[in-house]
Structures are given as C-alpha cells and as structure tokens.
Write a protein that binds this ligand. Structure first.
Ligand SMILES: Nc1ncnc2c1ncn2[C@@H]1O[C@H](COP(=O)(O)OP(=O)(O)O)[C@@H](O)[C@H]1O
Ligand code: SF4
Ligand SMILES: [Mg+2]
Length: 367
C-alpha cells in the first residue's frame, strides 16, 4: 500500500523541525552534542520511510525522540495531527498504545527469565486491561501467528535463549504488536541478525505495512535494504537530513554527494563517477560541527560558499529534495545543476577542465 492508497492524508506521526542537543562533560555543562538538527518527517499509514546514514549521524536519536524516550530540545512531534505531550504516566502509556519501537538487539530487549507466553501476555495486559485466562491465551497465539511463528504451540513455552536470533526478533515484533500500534519505529531491526534471515524479517514488516496499514520508520545503514523495503528514503549526515525522495530514485540516482558516496562506497578506479563522488576523512565532531554544509570537510565539490551558509533544500530534476549548493543557481557553487534543468545529478554533467581541476585540488587538500 502506498501513501496514495491510504484514506487519510494526515500523517499518523509527524516530526516538525526537531532538534536534540545532548549536554556533555560532567563539570561544566556548556558543551552539547548536536545529535539532531532541524529534522522534519511524516509517517503515513501503510507507508515505510527509511532513515539511512552512517553510524553517529543521529538516526537512533530521531527514533528515541519520536518514541518519547528522550526529551526534545526544540521542535514538535504530532500524533494524528495533535502535538504530543507525554509528561504524565498515563499520557505516555496512551502514546505507547499507538507508537511502538523495535530495537536492534532482540536478545537484550527480551527478558531472559520469562517464557514467550509471559512476555507477550504481559504486553497484552498492559495495553488491553482485563484480558486474562483463555482470551489472553488466544490473543498470545494470534500474535505468534501474526509474526509467522507457527504452529504457535511450538514457541509459546520457550525462553528467549531457546530461540534463534530471527525468532527472537519476531517475538520482539509480536510484543510491539500487542499494543495494536499505528506506528512501528524499527531501529536497525535486522543488522544484528544472520544475513540469511534478514529478508524474512523485512518481509514480515512489509506484511504488517500492507495488511495492517502500519506506518513504519525503518532505520538502517544499509542503503540496499532501504531500496527493497521503503517507499521513501531519507539520508542523514551529521544530524541533518541531506536528501529525501522515492527510495528508487535516492538509491539509484543519488543527488547529494554524500548519498552518492554511501551508494557507491566501494571505490572503483575505472568508474569515473565513483571517482568524482569520492570523499575522504571521518564524520565530523557533533560537538563543534562544521559551519555551513556539514559535509564540506569531506566533499570534493566544496567551495567557500559551502563553509559560509547552510545549503537550502531544493528539488533536484530527479524529484528528490536535496540540501546542497550544487542544486541552486547560486554563483558561489562550483557548478549549478539547477532544479529546472535537464541535468539530474552531478554524474549527468560534462564538467569543464576548470571544475575538474578544482575537484582534484579539493581532493588533494582533503587527503
Ligand atoms: N545520551 C547521549 N549523550 C550524549 N551524546 C549522545 C547521546 N546519545 C547519542 N549521542 C550522540 O549523538 C550522536 C548521534 O547518535 P545516534 O543518534 O545514536 O546516531 P546513529 O543512530 O545514527 O548511529 C552521536 O554523536 C552520539 O555519540
Ligand atoms: S553544499 Fe557544498 S560541501 Fe555540501 S554537499 Fe553540496 S557541494 Fe558539497
Ligand atoms: Mg543507531
């Protein structure tokens, strides 16, 4: 089910310009980590959004802010169009009826001393007060069926350590489904699993999207899985979203130099495009992030303009929204790909010798 097929055009869960600064240092708390900076996103029923980016780019922070596990520095979060306020215990519990999280480590997130029956039964009782006896047992079995652990009798009396990683992750998903949520926030749900069972978990999440209309935020550092699974992909770099659009376009025709690096991360000397998109160095410190475009310390296309001002977000000819000076008609940018232009990305462009020399110069300086 795509967004177009859904009844409502109001997002179920929405983040508006959210910012998270974590204070650091035990003595003088005057330094902060700029973990998330002005991020907006909308999650729709029956729709998957992937959040991709390398480690430390702020993906988990977004999931924690959306799930109300950490307080927001500024910005707002809306559930069904209303601003969320979970300061009271009751409001938080009501929020968790609608929004549930799935974590990376299915072993760490399940209590080892309880059986599957207890884990799922307890979750059901939290969200559906008064459920007990036979009805509770039936509901536990139904949950196991929803996550394709059948026959349910084979799993219901097992302890987490008696299950495989994939089965444990299915129990974690079943526990989240006990609330009958509208939104699942899945933070790297397959990255700790054996490669052979990852697809099975993604297909299960797809089934929940298609057959139950659940909105899913799928966090990953694996661009290929975002293409397979997500309708839309958002790319994060150093706390900011730098590109967003249809997953197919973002992963097949990346517009932002960083997305390009992420997609073509295996360097190929015979591939001129990959060479042009080559970037160097480490991700920047988020305590003192680079001025202007945060990618400029690794970007071969960077100019002075990139250091002076945060690039605006504009639409590339391929449809994605991209935060990069190359896609504006600002004369300070190294080249202008122009949103109205026929050229979609840097790879479609015949760069002049002068520009190529500048790129080479930048690359040397970055080494
Ligand atoms: N509780 C915290 N206190 C201080 N810094 C934090 C905290 N949680 C995350 N960070 C920092 O915020 C940045 C983003 O982290 P995170 O959201 O976990 O990134 P990702 O999930 O993309 O790897 C990192 O620099 C990380 O060290
Ligand atoms: S704004 Fe400048 S530094 Fe940032 S990605 Fe674009 S060209 Fe590179
Ligand atoms: Mg993370």
């Amino acid at each position: 089910m795509s967004k177009e097929n859904t009844v409502s055009d109001i997002p179920v869960l929405s983040a508006k310009h959210i910012v998270k600064h974590f204070p650091v240092g035990s003595f003088k708390r005057d330094k902060v980590v700029h973990a998330t900076d002005d991020v907006s996103l909308d999650l729709y029923a029956g729709h998957v959004i992937a959040l991709v980016g390398e480690s430390g780019s702020g993906k988990s922070t977004i999931a924690k802010l959306l799930s109300q596990l950490v307080p927001i520095t500024s910005g707002t979060i809306e559930l069904n169009g209303k601003e969320v306020n979970t300061r009271s215990r009751r409001a938080f519990r009501e929020f968790t009826d609608e929004v549930q999280m799935i974590f990376q480590d299915p072993f760490g997130s399940l209590n080892a001393i309880h059986t599957v029956r207890y884990i799922l039964g307890r979750a059901l009782q939290i969200h559906k007060k008064g459920l007990h006896g036979e009805k509770l047992e039936e509901a536990v079995i139904e949950l196991l069926q929803r996550v394709k652990l059948t026959p349910a009798e084979r799993y219901i009396d097992k302890f987490p350590h008696e299950l495989s990683g994939g089965q444990r992750q299915r129990i974690s998903i079943a526990r989240a489904l006990a609330a009958n949520p509208k939104v699942l926030l899945a933070d790297e749900p397959i990255s700790m699993l054996d490669v052979s069972i990852r697809l099975g978990i993604l297909n299960l999440l797809k089934d929940l999207r298609d057959n139950y209309g659940i909105a899913i935020l799928y966090i990953t550092h694996d661009v290929a899985s975002a293409r397979y699974f997500a309708d839309q992909t958002l790319v994060m770099y150093a706390g900011r979203v730098i590109e967003r659009g249809q997953s197919e376009m973002v992963t097949q025709h990346p517009a932002h130099p960083y997305t390009d690096l992420l997609v073509n991360s295996a360097p190929d000397p015979d591939h001129f495009n990959a060479l042009r998109g080559e970037a160097h160095g480490e991700a920047p410190s988020l305590i003192d992030p680079p001025s202007g475009c945060r990618f400029r310390t690794r970007c071969p296309f960077a100019t002075e303009l990139c250091a002076q001002k945060v690039p605006p977000t504009v639409q590339a000819a391929t449809g994605q929204e991209v935060a990069c000076w190359l896609y504006t008609d600002n004369p300070g940018a190294m080249v202008n790909i122009g949103r109205e232009g026929e050229l979609a990305t840097i790879h479609d462009m015949d760069l002049s010798d002068e520009v190529l020399a500048k790129i080479e110069h930048n690359k040397e300086a970055l080494r």
